[in-house]
Design a binder for this molecule. Structure first.
Ligand SMILES: [Cu+2]
Length: 374
């Protein structure tokens, strides 16, 4: 933030400086001043590049691809911006959660992120129209235009540039978090701007600070973990599978570490309206890929959501060996089929690590320590 703000302060300083030079020129050389005024008019109508942040985060720790927040924010900062024809917007990914900037065809919905392969297939695909860039470097308000997947993971862009060639009021969405939307009002060239980038940056800082505060308050509420009696004197322990309300999401198992007695059961329950998670014990094995890329004879490849990730495994008792997976537990509001919770009984003392395959690179990893029954 501060680096960006400095850049704009510098830019505004330059305007003040050039204005001062203008006034000096007027005092000394009247004919020279005329040329300076013309120069100022030209500067006012030259295209401006604006910055919008995509996502945000809090409770940042070092992770696999750099610093990453346990909390992710599903928003554009600012959500609405007013620019002129010829101006460019640079959207910069700020959090670690993937997002897109997608302008739908006017009057239509944005493409679904996940689609069935065909009507008869059980396989689910990431939709190329959502995760691959659509359109070129300019937007005229008529065609599907989007960034594709912006992501901190390797081989994905983290920025998206678009220049606006027609006036209008354009709404855009994130294909990963379709509840959140942004808007761009494009005025004719030369129209005064309602806000400067510096004002926008200050607003962004306030909005981000409010989301950080909301996240930290919500963290306090996630503290209580419930237990209840199971069969034969055992205990059933609940672990919350993330937390999220569509605007902010905690990418953690709550609690992260849990100690239980042999024979006890752990039950993971959903806590997020939108974000999917898995509970996956690799038992020393290799983590499966989330997406299998299948090249096609023509057109874009198929991006298959790996059934090994999506589908639950059968076993109900974990003893430290084999691949145990909950399958994808989709958010409460997500209309995809799948399990809604997961439970495992632990009969062998030991320390067992597990991950969420969607979010382990953000640090969504947990540990169950099983101690002998007294
Ligand atoms: Cu997760």
């Amino acid at each position: 933030m501060s680096e960006k703000q400095n850049k704009h302060i510098f830019h505004d300083g330059w305007i003040v400086m050039s204005t001062t030079i203008c006034i000096l020129a007027l005092a000394v050389f009247i004919s020279g001043a005329f040329a300076q005024v013309q120069h100022a008019e030209a500067a006012k109508t030259s295209p401006v590049t604006w910055t919008v942040l995509v996502g945000g985060e809090a409770a940042i720790e070092p992770q696999e691809y750099g610093p990453s927040g346990a909390w992710q924010f599903m928003r554009f900062y600012p959500e609405n911006i007013t620019i002129n024809v010829g101006d460019k917007i640079v959207w910069k990914l700020e959090g670690s959660e993937p997002h897109t900037v997608t302008f739908p065809i006017p009057g239509e919905k944005i493409p679904d992120l996940i689609i069935p392969e065909n009507n008869s297939s059980q396989r689910l695909l990431f939709n190329p129209l959502a995760i691959l860039q659509q359109g070129g470097a300019t937007y005229n308000g008529k065609t599907l235009t989007g960034s594709g997947q912006l992501d901190v993971q390797p081989n994905f862009p983290r920025e998206y540039n678009l220049t606006f060639t027609k006036p209008g009021d354009f709404g855009y969405f994130c294909a990963f978090h379709s509840m959140r939307k942004g808007g761009v009002v494009v005025q004719p060239t030369g129209t005064p701007y309602p806000k400067t980038q510096k004002q926008i940056d200050l607003e962004t800082a306030k909005l981000l600070a409010a989301d950080v505060e909301a996240a930290l308050k919500a963290t306090l509420k996630t503290g209580n973990v419930s237990t209840r009696s199971g069969p034969n004197g055992t205990i059933i322990h609940e672990i919350k599978l993330g937390y999220g309300n569509g605007s902010i999401a905690l990418m953690r198992f709550i609690p992260t570490d849990l100690t239980i007695h042999a024979g006890d059961t752990v039950e993971w329950t959903r806590g997020d309206v939108e974000t999917p998670h898995t509970i996956t014990f690799l038992s020393g094995g290799k983590e499966p890929e989330l997406v299998l890329v299948e090249p096609q004879q023509s057109g874009s490849p198929k991006f298959v959501l790996n059934p090994v990730v999506l589908m639950p495994t059968e076993g109900k008792v974990y003893n430290g060996t084999n691949y145990f997976n909950s399958g994808a537990i989709w958010g409460i509001m997500v209309p995809l089929p799948g399990p809604q919770n997961y439970s495992l009984t632990f009969d062998k003392p030991g320390t067992y690590e597990y991950i969420c395959i969607f979010h382990d690179y953000m640090g969504m990893k947990g540990q169950i320590s099983v101690v002998p029954k007294i």
